[in-house]
Design a protein around this ligand. Structure first.
Ligand SMILES: O=C(O)CCC(=O)C(=O)O
Length: 323
């Protein structure tokens, strides 16, 4: 639950960070789940590239960093709990909908906080990611994949479709490893949620608010260093971005989740939402991680059939407003 003072901060600043929300055991479970994926990946790559045999002596995530550096490949999709947006995907596109992630999304301590902000009828919004931000020096050249690199300035309202503009979508961001200025924490512009939705322009990472617009705004960016267990709650129009990971050997691992009141549009209607908590109709709550996983499997089948980018993006790449 948020205190009155914490709720006031959320209203005033457009965000609030709460320490020690998520139990250590849950953080450990998520780390273990991700480490197992990393190990499988490395084992699989070693079978095809005997030159990678020495990786076996490294710790799981060090193996992944070194694997990415040596192969120049991006492995983010194996860890993410969403599919790529706006594209038709192949049948073998991986996704990570493991039970530890499900336990995190539905964690009672987290949902108590979410309830304080959006009320007791809570849907898990499918705009969600697992990010393993690689050290800059190990990123393949010209990488623009924001699951492993930086994220430019944006409002989350700008990454959902316009049908959800009236929805009360809350962003929840949680570090699984320490998020520091060095490892590439988030930065936010306090009070920026009072802006309307700003125009986002096409950029290599997707869509972003141009730097010239950011520098003309009142208020400067605040980096949010956070420890695992703490949680950031953020308004959908709060302007934010994330810094590069300037460490040499640390993965910055985080989850970004979203929730909205049951029945409201999610802004990504091709992806599955589910009832995470309902006081009114508890029988609607999804409690089985397998059920959640199946929803995403069914989604993959739909995406294989072909998608229109407009089903995901509100901005036109060449709309004449970004020159
Ligand atoms: O985790 C990050 O680096 C960026 C996350 C973000 O911008 C978001 O969740 O909207």
């Amino acid at each position: 639950m948020l205190t009155r003072a914490q709720l006031d901060t959320f209203q005033e600043e457009g965000y609030v960070v709460l320490p020690r929300v998520i139990p250590d055991t849950l953080i450990a479970d998520v780390l273990e789940e991700l480490a197992a994926i990393a190990t499988d990946l490395v084992d699989n790559e070693r079978q095809h590239h005997p030159g990678l045999d020495d990786l076996a002596s490294l710790e799981h995530f060090a193996q992944l960093i070194e694997l990415s550096r040596r192969t120049g490949k991006i492995y983010s999709q194996y860890f993410d709990m969403s599919y790529p947006t706006g594209v038709t995907i192949p049948a073998d596109t991986p996704i990570n909908t493991g039970p530890a992630l499900f336990s995190f999304i539905t964690s009672p301590a987290l949902l108590d906080c979410v309830e304080s902000i959006i009320g007791p009828e809570i849907s898990s919004n499918p705009v969600q990611h697992v990010r393993l931000k690689l050290p800059e020096g190990t990123l393949p050249e010209n990488t623009t994949n924001s699951l492993v690199g930086t994220v430019p300035w944006h409002q989350d309202n700008g990454v959902t479709t316009a049908d959800a503009d009236a929805a009360n979508i809350l962003t929840v961001w949680a570090p699984i490893t320490p998020a520091t200025i060095e490892s590439g924490c988030l930065e936010v512009i306090p009070g920026s949620h009072r802006q309307d939705l700003l125009h986002h322009c096409a950029c290599p990472e997707g869509f972003a608010i141009p730097e010239r617009v950011i520098s003309s705004l009142d208020g400067s960016a605040v980096p949010l260093e956070m420890d695992p267990g703490s949680v950031l709650f953020m308004h959908k129009r709060t302007i934010h971005s994330s810094l590069p990971n300037q460490s040499t050997d640390q993965l910055r691992i985080s989850l970004d989740l979203r929730y909205n009141p049951i029945g409201q549009a999610t802004g990504r209607s091709l992806f599955p939402d589910f009832v995470a908590r309902s006081h009114r109709s508890p029988e609607l709550e999804v409690r089985d991680p397998g059920e959640w996983s199946a929803l995403w499997e069914q989604t993959r089948e739909r995406l294989r059939a072909g998608v229109e980018p407009s089903a995901f993006f509100r901005w036109e790449p060449n709309d004449g407003m970004c020159a």
